[in-house]
Structure formats: C-alpha cells, structure tokens
Design a protein around this ligand. Structure first.
Ligand SMILES: Nc1ncnc2c1ncn2[C@@H]1O[C@H](COP(=O)(O)OP(=O)(O)OP(=O)(O)O)[C@@H](O)[C@H]1O
Ligand SMILES: [Mg+2]
Length: 329
C-alpha cells in the first residue's frame, strides 16, 4: 500500500519553483531517501508533506489523509525530526519528551512507559534527567528521533538526520532507523545529501535537483541503468587485448586510449581474473587493473552533467554571490 502519494506538488517562492511538479509514492514500511544538493528543494518538499508549508499547486496524501483538507489527521500520523535542532536546551531530556507527549495528547498514564520505551530505543536512558545543553550533537539527534516517535507515528520524516555527525554516530543512527522499520514497521522518509546514507540505508531513492525529481528507483536499479561496472586495464598492448575480448560479454564497445583499455561489464569483480588469465596466455603484460562500480554520484552525474559536490559548490557560490551583491547595495 502507498502510504504517501504525491501528485504534481509545486511550491513557488516568487518566481523560484523550489519544488517543481513532483510526483511519486512511498510504500508502507519503506525507507525512502530524497537525495539532492543544497537548495534542491528537499526541506521545502518535506515541509509541505508535514503540513508546515502550503503547496502552490498539486496535491499529496499522507496515511491516506490529504495534506490540504485533513492536516490535523496528517499531523497525528507522523513524527518529524527537523533539519535545525528544535529541542529546549534548558530542559532535561525527560522534560523535552514529557512536553512533546502532552502536546500530542499521549494519555498521562501512558506517558511514563512510552518515554522509557523511546529513550531505551536510542540508548539514552542513563541521560534521561540530564539537561540537553550538556548533550553532544549525536545525543541530541538521537533524542530528537526519540521525541519524534513518542506518539506512535506510522511515518517518520527526518530532514538531514545525520548532518555534521561523525561516521560512528551516523552508523549508530542508521541502525536505529533500520530497527524502526524492521521491528515497528514504521515508514521513513528522509532527506540527505550524503550518497552513502541513501545507498546503505534506503530501499529506494529519489534524486532531486532544482526542485525536480531527476531519477527514482531502487539504488541497484539506478546504478545498473548506467551500463554496468567499468574496468580500466593499463597495458602496452591495449588494442591486442581489446581484440581478444570479442566474446567476453562486454556491454557496449571497449575503449582503447593511450596504453589503456576501458570495458563495461556486469559483475566486474568476476571478470578481472579472466582478463588476467587471457592476457597472460597471450603474452600481454598488464601493469594495473582498476574496477569502478557505479555509485549514486555517477547517477547524479549522468542525469545532471555535474557531480553532487560541484552542484553544491555552484549553489553555495550563487548564495555567496547574492549576499555579496546585497552587501554592496
Ligand atoms: N521561505 C523561503 N523564501 C524564499 N525562498 C526559499 C524559502 N525557503 C526555501 N527557499 C528556496 O527554495 C530552494 C529550496 O530550498 P530548500 O531549503 O528546500 O533546499 P534543501 O534541498 O533542503 O537544501 P539543504 O540541503 O541546504 O537543506 C532554495 O533555493 C531556497 O533558497
Ligand atoms: Mg534542507
């Protein structure tokens, strides 16, 4: 069942289409990533789905409730972790959770048990009565996830859940998110600009750039759509080796250039020993072999002509340029 359905959703800020006619669905129990560079429209899209921003046009339903007609029902169905931290620093973890439970109408007699349950889920039980000001970035993020889960949401929205965290803490948070799916059947829609996060955590990915979805699918399918793994072989006899690879199961024509040969194949790791064997049988010396498996960055590059980092750099330069222009006025 599709628990989120989005049809031609658009948000304009004056002439800028921050989200431009976006349509896709998310199935119940899926971990789904919106992957895109700074300014792609990820937060704006999530803000509409959680009913914090009104769409300019288009429609969407979350847990079968329309975001425009039944915003209260949508809010009761979801938990949200914002990109910017939204905990009260002067309060303890317990007080933050208690406040949120009261706001979301979790019955008083249920609250204690529920708070213990979610705090255990993120392994912060020994810090329950510490003031949030004393928490590290990773601990705050975990507490925010716990808070988002308090009122038994069916869907959890996470905007950049691991931004700025160290690799170990990021892995930890990925584990919690996987556990939510596995043990509690919660659907997770998250945004990220980390390729590895989308790759190792999510069932499906929508790549978003300049407000538009440019590719959507299972990670493996997106990567395979690029034409397989590439193998770069350095040898003084590239042309001769190339001619021996006629029945090798290459996808497309191998390319020879300056003492090297590039070929495209499925399961490149299994092909490498065969290339070495073939070369040695024919007296061809190989100086190196490099296998490259397509990444989501390659998918981004394929559809936009830029890597996600170049895109971010140009967006940041655009923002800096605008700030400079404003200062000069
Ligand atoms: N309230 C607003 N008023 C005007 N423009 C806005 C507003 N909110 C967002 N934008 C613009 O909409 C575009 C998309 O912004 P958004 O915050 O959705 O991007 P994002 O993908 O979440 O980026 P990041 O990775 O930096 O969080 C940007 O160009 C941004 O400047
Ligand atoms: Mg954002």
């Amino acid at each position: 069942m599709d628990i989120i359905q989005i049809n031609n959703l658009t948000k304009k800020f004056n002439s800028l289409a921050a989200v431009d006619s976006v349509s896709f669905s998310v199935s119940e129990g899926e971990i789904f990533a919106l992957l895109g560079p700074n300014g792609a429209g990820k937060t704006t899209l999530i803000s509409m789905l959680v009913t914090m921003k009104k769409p300019t046009s288009g429609s969407a339903s979350v847990n079968n409730f329309s975001i425009s007609k039944n915003p209260d029902d949508v809010r009761r169905s979801i938990g949200i972790v914002f990109q910017d931290q939204s905990l009260d620093e002067e309060l303890t973890a317990y007080e933050n959770l208690e406040l949120h439970a009261a706001m979301y109408g979790v019955e008083k007699k249920e609250r204690e048990a529920r708070i213990s349950e979610v705090i255990r889920m993120v392994e912060l039980e020994d810090r329950l009565h510490s003031i949030v000001k004393t928490f590290s970035g990773g601990m705050r993020r975990r507490l925010e996830i716990a808070r988002g889960l308090l009122h038994y949401p069916k869907i959890l929205f996470l905007d950049e859940p691991t931004l700025g965290l160290d690799p170990q803490t990021r892995n930890h948070i990925w584990e919690y998110i996987k556990k939510l799916k596995k043990e509690h059947g919660i659907t997770v829609l998250l945004t990220t600009h980390y390729m590895d996060e989308a790759d190792s955590l999510c069932d499906r990915v929508a790549i978003i750039d300049h407000g538009k979805i440019i590719a959507l699918g299972k990670n493996e399918d997106l990567k395979n759509s690029l034409g397989g793994d590439s193998i770069l072989v350095e040898t003084g006899h590239a042309k001769k080796l190339c001619s021996l690879l006629k029945n090798f199961g290459c996808k497309g024509k191998p390319k020879t250039h300056d003492g090297s040969l590039t070929l495209y194949v499925d399961h490149g790791e299994k092909k490498i020993p065969k290339i070495v064997e073939l070369a040695s049988k024919n007296g061809i010396h190989i100086s190196s072999i490099v296998l490259h498996k397509p990444t989501l960055d390659d998918v981004f590059l394929h559809y936009t002509g830029k890597t996600i980092r170049e895109e971010e750099a140009s967006t940041n330069e655009g923002i800096r340029g605008r700030v400079r222009a404003m200062r000069m006025r």
